[in-house]
Design a protein around this ligand. Sequence first.
Ligand code: GCB
Length: 753
Amino acid sequence: MSLFCNGGKMREIINFNQNWYFKKKDTVITTISTEMEEINLPHTWNAIDGQDGGNDYYRGTCCYAKKFVKPENLGNRKLFVEFEGVAMSAQVYLNGKEVGIHEGGYSTFRIDITEHLVENNVLCVLVDNGVNDRVYPQKADFTFYGGIYRNVNLLMVEPEHFELEKKGTSGIKVTPQVNGTNAVVTVETWQNTDAEVKVTIYDRDGIEVVSARGVGTKENDAYKTTLSLNIDDVHLWHGVESPFLYHAVAELIAKDSVVDSVTTRFGCRTLTFDAEKGFFLNGKSYPLRGVSRHQDRDGVGNALTKEMHKEDMEIIKSIGANTVRLAHYQHDQYFYDLCDEEGMIVWAEIPYITQHMPNGQKNTLSQMEELIVQCYNHPSIVCWGLSNEITASGSVTDDLMENHMMLNDLCHKLDQTRPTTMAHVFMLETDSPLIDIPDIGSYNLYFGWYLGELEQNDSFFNEFHHKYPNRVIGFSEYGADANPQYQSECPERGDYTETYQCVYHEHLLKCIEERPYLWATHVWNLFDFAADGRDEGGKHGVNQKGLVTIDRKVFKDAFYLYKAHWSKEPFVHVCGKRYKDRVEEETLIKVYSNQNTVTLYVDGEEFDSQRGSRVFEFKVPITGEHKIEAKAEGLVDGITICKVETANPDYQMLSKEEVVNWFDKEELDPTCFSIKDTMGAIMSHPVGGTILGRIMEKARASRGDVAQATEGNENLTRMMAGLSLESILKQAGNAVSADDIRSLNAALQQIKK
Ligand code: GCB
């Protein structure tokens, strides 16, 4: 929520985004030189190099500066500068003097600059997204854009005002508790004076519901007021069906006049997480089915405009999701606001990710405290994520355990209304003590993409649920990369085709549907996003697991599969718009729709009509160019396809083709080992085991983060033992070249079985 939605009466907020100067240098400045580039915020210096692959984007310290004149009407008021997000660390100077520092790239912080003001000022911010061992994230599958990439504001407040500095608080915390048809709303405020506080609650139409007054008691160096207000016949906030919001306005009254005021929105709802039945909202079963989102976009990095946030929300709504995991860090307050307004249930988290850093404990605690303090009032948020795949590149050490316990306790201390959760990496043993720490759990599984078979997703949850029937478990990530240019008649794991992405998600949707105990499921990811370290599937610097491309222009076919499952908006979609040239004589036409009957027309003639649910498949003989149309309840969608003699090379990944062709053509001596044998069989031979040990080192590097942790992981070793080496190597992507594979196979062919 914008912290001061209605603005305060005595409070003035001035947008401070325009006319900044920028330079890639690490020096504090007091005058602006001509060599600096003139820019407006929001801004990142990695908009281009953070998205073009090579893992070589600029990570270091840059300088932002802005001239400004002391506001004429400041009087005896205080002047704060408010940063809504500076990645990753900021040192703030006014006229050459350090006035504040902040570590953590995703949260709001404010600095009182009144004391250091002169008539003509230069505000200088050194922003650092460089490598260190303290500030998260340092290792993860996304670009760590540097910059002042969210709004900056100036705030003028009276000397007596609500708290502004501590952890970026808005000074007001609202805790509604629903009791039958009523709600008791506890409103806590923090201010720097013992003056009286008046709190008024309004409904969404601005009609006053109830108000109360009280004075604060001293708590450390501030005053805290706690008021309890009753709402009779409360209107519940009920997700996408009825996202009813109330407003709480707190006014600080000194000498009979209002000197400051803050407004926040809140919603009244109850949350229940059941190990057998999943999630309940306000006592009603409410299966959470949705998507994850990163905050970035093609060409602009993370420096998003309001319109871009809005467009993302529109897309989330149009797919029919009712939940969004806002990964892997605190998102813009504006986006949580949209979630409140649209009834989108949110999983919120901090960037404690991939690799535990012994020196990072303080930073995890401060990022978590900021997340909770700044986001507490959003009714959309239902849980706090402690970490993501934190054991992906290391084991469960005492230090890591302690860090998680501290985070967990901190969450409970700051918030008694929401559970903590975690997104575990697939190879974290299900009996690890780490799993016991958060209130509810969740796994990220990629069987059927990085490795293994699709069915292993099902068996994983079967085993987990059978073994731990009382544990609340969710599916925090699953997905498969797809470059919408790539198409295949025989889609298979690892081919990056749009076609395989559909096969993958059709299976995963069934897997989820059959397991109603999963408290939440989130597709990884709704949007492709930048991961500059990636270079695969025909794209540089992009993770292509999105159902929509990073520019939000192409909605891949799998998007419509989800829409067919979740959305009530009637539609029909024919898959394969980008799959025109087809070599097969009879081709598969897939139609996704939320209608019960779909009729297919080929060249204007009715071909077939099917009753079914969501996925409709037609086998159509083709000879030349054909117009294919699907009709359902007055809706129509169509594609054009064309029978060709040779496969269109643009539909296939180049490097892949080279390797795959070679796999298929090679003549092998069946009495000796080859890459067609299972890992287990080869490893059990002393020479085979040694050779494999060496090459697997390289293969693991294809997913750097997961790499180290696969060492010695029993679950994984057991699972991989049953897979053929060929299928594992296909997944290794560019990390293992065709030459490496050839020489490995030649070496194996020397070993008699
Ligand atoms: C994960 C991570 C996520 C990655 C994703 C992937 O498990 O949590 O940050 O982007 O896998 O695509 O590999």
